[in-house]
Design a protein around this ligand. Sequence first.
Ligand SMILES: C[S@@+](CC[C@H](N)C(=O)[O-])C[C@H]1O[C@@H](n2cnc3c(N)ncnc32)[C@H](O)[C@@H]1O
Length: 198
Amino acid sequence: MEDNVFEQMAKRYDTEARIELAKVIVKEVRAELRNSKPKSLIDYGSGTGLISLELSDLVDSILMVDSSKEMSEIAKAKISYRGMTNSKVLYSDFTQETPELKADIILMSLVLHHIPDTIKILQELYNILNNGGKLIIIDFDKNDKINHPKVHNGFSHEGLKKRLSEVGFKSNEIKTFYHGNRIFMNQDSSMFISSSIK
Ligand SMILES: C[S@@+](CC[C@H](N)C(=O)[O-])C[C@H]1O[C@@H](n2cnc3c(N)ncnc32)[C@H](O)[C@@H]1O
């Protein structure tokens, strides 16, 4: 986990632009979490907590998981500062080793494009979900202007649906919900939300 670029950028992560983009994502995810009050949620790749810190009133508990120690520490400090009693942080990378955990809902916001083996992480998250549980993915639509050795250049809806079905997820629904200027590696891009059931 040492060569994770997020270790270097953690303290500078919460820029105005990222906070604004997070607000757009939070609005979309909150709508998806209606009627989830008794449920447990894992925010996988939670970063500094920009998304799930705004969701804690909608669910029973939140576990924020991130493979960057520095990002995790910032999320932890925010939880403590806000006195949030139903949220915790775990420094972990499930592509290396997955702890014994269970959850009703798993959220991944702007994380999947950073993970080389997407099938592997989707499989691990599938195993953690309780039967009938939900995986919510927010990420960028495929963008041919982006070419980076360590980052997927977004995902096509059909390509992602195929991967989710291969892993075993049912009723995979995907829709684009936002277009923004220079939001993905400095390129104009759009974001999708996908919702799948185990
Ligand atoms: C672009 S940030 C998104 C943060 C947050 N989800 C948000 O939307 O504001 C991506 C985060 O994913 C984390 N990450 C990348 N690869 C990961 C992996 N294999 N396991 C867990 N977290 C990972 C990074 O450390 C970083 O905090």
